[in-house]
Design a protein around this ligand. Structure first.
Ligand SMILES: NC(=O)c1ccc[n+]([C@@H]2O[C@H](COP(=O)([O-])OP(=O)(O)OC[C@H]3O[C@@H](n4cnc5c(N)ncnc54)[C@H](OP(=O)(O)O)[C@@H]3O)[C@@H](O)[C@H]2O)c1
Length: 260
């Protein structure tokens, strides 16, 4: 394989399913060796690895719950033993649970913070020192349009964690830029994955139509719509882009603030 990421090594958290799976395929398709992280679904991660290898690429599945700092350190150690270093880190792993400002389950909120926010702190702390030593790194954090303030019911605690990801991205960009590392966030709109299905478990067809109508482009996104933008931010085409939160959402019209 040859491409823009030839010779690079990428780690994708939550690479076993949904958006992460598409990201792994895109990065590998452009030449990167890919470490496919999963939390529980080892078979799904093995399937991603098999698909990449069948296409002539290199990949390795490594399990780790990103909320567990020791597990993240072990994962990064395994990746570096296999491929020598990590050049690209995509923090995609995330969970969504329902909640409102008034019905706000603290245990669930703490778990979402641990995975969606602390997970990114753990991986960046484990990976960035090696990037800094080589003065090269690309970090892409997957936030959400929820973090920018969309009016989707029952997602307040989740939206808080995703807003924190945007701020964390800017802080990491500020602190790591001097070491040649760019850090950007992507804020996906509605993307057809198991996570989206879990948000509206009933009458999926009808729900998908309703969600599609919230975007100017009048469709729900495909995981590859996000993966192609990750590929851009991970490549040298984006070498002068850092500290940004980029909405990839088909033009959503339901913002709480702004001109909608
Ligand atoms: N789908 C959307 O509409 C949408 C919109 C905006 C933002 N996002 C964000 O995009 C990212 C991916 O979402 P998705 O829709 O693809 O979700 P998904 O289909 O539910 O897949 C989630 C992935 O994250 C992994 N994961 C979950 N908890 C983990 C943990 N503690 N440690 C490591 N990996 C973990 C899962 O691994 P296992 O396979 O092992 O369970 C799986 O690979 C998330 O950050 C999500 O918040 C999604």
């Amino acid at each position: 394989m040859s491409g823009r990421l030839e010779g690079k090594v990428a780690l994708v958290t939550g690479g076993s399913r949904g958006i992460g799976r598409a990201i792994c395929a895109r990065l590998a398709g452009d030449g990167a060796a890919v470490v496919v992280n999963f939390a529980r679904k080892q078979d799904a991660a093995a399937d991603v690895v098999a698909q990449i290898e069948a296409a002539g690429g290199r990949a390795l599945a490594v399990g780790a719950d990103v909320s567990d700092r020791a597990a993240v350190n072990r994962m990064v150690g395994a990746a570096v033993r296999e491929y020598g270093r990590i050049d690209i880190l995509v923090n995609n792993a995330g969970i969504l649970a329902r909640g409102t400002a008034l019905e706000f389950d603290e245990v669930i909120f703490d778990r979402m913070m641990a995975v969606n926010v602390k997970g990114i702190v753990h991986t960046v702390q484990a990976v960035a020192p090696g990037m800094a030593a080589r003065r090269y790194g690309r970090i892409v954090n997957i936030s959400s349009l929820a973090g920018l303030g969309t009016a989707v019911a029952n997602t307040t605690p989740y939206a808080l964690t995703k807003a924190a990801v945007i701020n964390l991205t800017k802080r990491q960009a500020f602190e790591l830029g001097h070491d040649g590392i760019t850090v950007n966030a992507i804020c996906p709109g509605f993307i057809a994955t198991e996570m989206l299905a879990s948000l509206e478990p009933h009458d999926q067809e009808e729900q998908l139509r309703a969600l599609a109508s919230k975007a100017v482009l009048n469709r729900v996104g495909d995981p590859d719509d996000i993966a192609r933008v990750v590929l851009f931010l991970a490549s040298d085409d984006a070498s002068f882009v850092t500290g940004q939160a980029l909405a990839v959402d088909g033009g959503r019209m339901d913002f709480l603030t702004g001109s909608a």
